[in-house]
Design a protein around this ligand. Structure first.
Ligand code: SAM
Ligand code: SF4
Ligand code: SF4
Length: 338
């Protein structure tokens, strides 16, 4: 079946989809799911609220018909979702889907990397914010050292998966790890992406002062390494990329705060319970799960998604001020997966 290109109010096509497969996590990263808010009594979604693999597959096919070429699975921690390779295998068979990726904290990769690769996964982004065990334990809120994540990276490599490393940089927390992480990733041939700390959700206590900007990180890096810019790989590529001179290794920046990229944002998000979000910072989800469970046909779902996308005018990062940060109804990062 042919593809339809749909555009939003700012003329942005729908091109990529982030699917959260679970809202739970084995970490409690302080910038994402702080342990004080996500304690033992926190009510995560019941299993019946989660989209089934059949439902995810059905929606993914419709999204691909509407122009999506790239899907990333996320969470919470996606590898906690039971039998994830079954979902990967279904999604990787969708005609017209060009790229299937996954973002993970990496801890379960030693167990799952081979199975994920066999099922058709192409690449993983693994989150690691420091190489310091003690600091990492503090950041992940569970006292877990870097060992399990480093083993996860090794397992992904052995399995033949493409790997990128995500590092959220927060002032006063891990900015001293900018160079050690660069050294580690460069030595191991891994693309590192520094992510500006964002004001997602309402639990992480975000302050503009806590952000270490791309420019600040770049200035630190260029004292240690010779870097040359690399152009964007495609329209909507969110990372600003550089390459260490005389190597094939890239290093990138996700400048969500200091240099917003709303004008080329082509991403929809599907939460674990089947709500569509048109922006990381727009807390108004649009239900498709109940619609589907009440018997909607593929055509009706396609129409609903088209209407949601046609009505989209989000550009939060372009407009971000301390005021918008306080006032907006937002959605937790762990809920829609970054
Ligand atoms: N659990 C998986 C992981 O940690 O990779 C997937 C979900 S996590 C929400 C997706 C990405 O969002 C991770 O790379 C994480 O570091 C990033 N992230 C979480 N909170 C953030 C924040 N406040 N600012 C910027 N990035 C954040
Ligand atoms: Fe879990 Fe990922 Fe959020 Fe950390 S960033 S708490 S690993 S979902
Ligand atoms: Fe896209 Fe919203 Fe982020 Fe802008 S703020 S880049 S519209 S997700």
């Amino acid at each position: 079946m042919g593809k339809t290109i749909i555009k939003d109010k700012l003329n942005r096509p729908l091109h990529d989809l982030r699917i959260s497969v679970i809202d739970r996590c084995n970490f409690r990263c302080q910038y994402c799911m702080p342990a004080e808010q996500f304690g033992p009594d926190f009510q995560f979604l019941p299993r019946s609220a989660l989209l089934t693999y059949e439902e995810i597959d059905r929606l993914a096919k419709i999204f691909v018909r509407l122009g999506v070429e790239k899907i990333r699975l996320t969470g919470g921690e996606p590898l906690l979702r039971r039998d994830l390779p079954i979902l990967i295998s279904r999604l990787s068979n969708i005609e017209g889907l060009l790229d299937l990726a996954l973002t993970t904290n990496g801890v379960l990769l030693p167990k799952l990397a081979d199975k994920l690769k066999e099922a058709g996964l192409k690449r993983v982004n693994i989150s690691l914010d420091t190489l310091d065990d003690e600091l990492f334990g503090e950041i992940n809120g569970r006292g877990i050292g870097t060992g399990p994540v480093l083993e996860g990276i090794h397992a992904a490599k052995q399995a033949g998966l493409g790997i990128k490393i995500n590092m959220v940089v927060k002032k006063g927390l891990n900015h001293s790890e900018i160079i050690p992480m660069a050294e580690y990733c460069k030595t191991h041939g891994l693309e590192l992406r520094y992510i500006e700390y964002m004001d997602v959700g309402s639990t992480n206590g975000w302050k503009m002062d806590d952000v270490v900007t791309k420019k600040q990180i770049y200035d630190i890096l260029k004292d240690h390494f010779e870097l040359e810019p690399v152009g964007p790989a495609y329209f909507g590529e969110v990372a600003k990329l550089y390459r260490y001179k005389d190597t094939e290794v890239n290093v990138g920046f996700i400048t969500s705060v200091s240099e917003s990229f709303c004008s080329s944002c082509t991403r929809a998000r599907l939460s674990a319970n089947g709500q569509i979000y048109t922006c990381l910072f727009n807390g108004n989800g649009h239900d498709v799960r109940n619609f589907m469970r009440n018997g909607a046909t593929d055509e009706q779902i396609e129409e609903r998604i088209t209407a949601i996308w046609n009505g989209r005018d989000d550009r939060y990062s372009d407009e971000r001020t301390a005021e918008t940060n306080r006032k907006r109804k937002k959605i937790e990062m762990s809920y829609i997966g970054g």
